[in-house]
Design a protein around this ligand. Sequence first.
Ligand code: GRF
Length: 188
Amino acid sequence: MVKIAIFASGSGTNFDNIMKRVESGELAHIEVTALYTDQPEASCIQLAQQHGIPVHAFEPRTFDDKAAYETAVLNGLKHEGVEWIVLAGYMRLIGETLLSAYEGRILNIHPSLLPKYKGKNAVGQALNSGDKESGSTVHYVDAGMDTGQIIEQRTCPIYEDDTQQSLEERIKSLEYELYPAVIKKIIR
Ligand code: GRF
């Protein structure tokens, strides 16, 4: 078994999907020790409870600085014997404390065909670009925003009548296949 922690800040549908794949045996070699969130009100917390997964909710602003926040997170990860960190809608840059402890063992999923449309509202950026195609990327995490080495991408069309919501849904349905597939391949 490889122990991973999932980090999320919002709705947590990718987290939920990964949990379902673990429970179904498709990711039988993965144990999710806990959900880590920086948003104590986020709805990913209820999903974790439904899956019987412990939650570590932190309020970064209550710490002196990013290093102090990440040291608290790191203590939890070490205590649980976490080997890999899987970011799934975690809306915060990973700092030096976590990067140096988990170098090469942090994954992220981003809703664009990187290196296009890094950062926030990648779906809106693609929609406004006139591009005919978008998709999702899983990459290793480094100190930059969505800049780490790309592992795998899936593409989908952008239609003329797409809205933010319709494109977001199409990309998420790709992500629900892409992320478990990459986790299966990369995390061993
Ligand atoms: C996903 O589209 C992912 O690519 C991005 O944030 C979104 C998270 O969605 N990093 P959810 O919380 O998993 O529904």
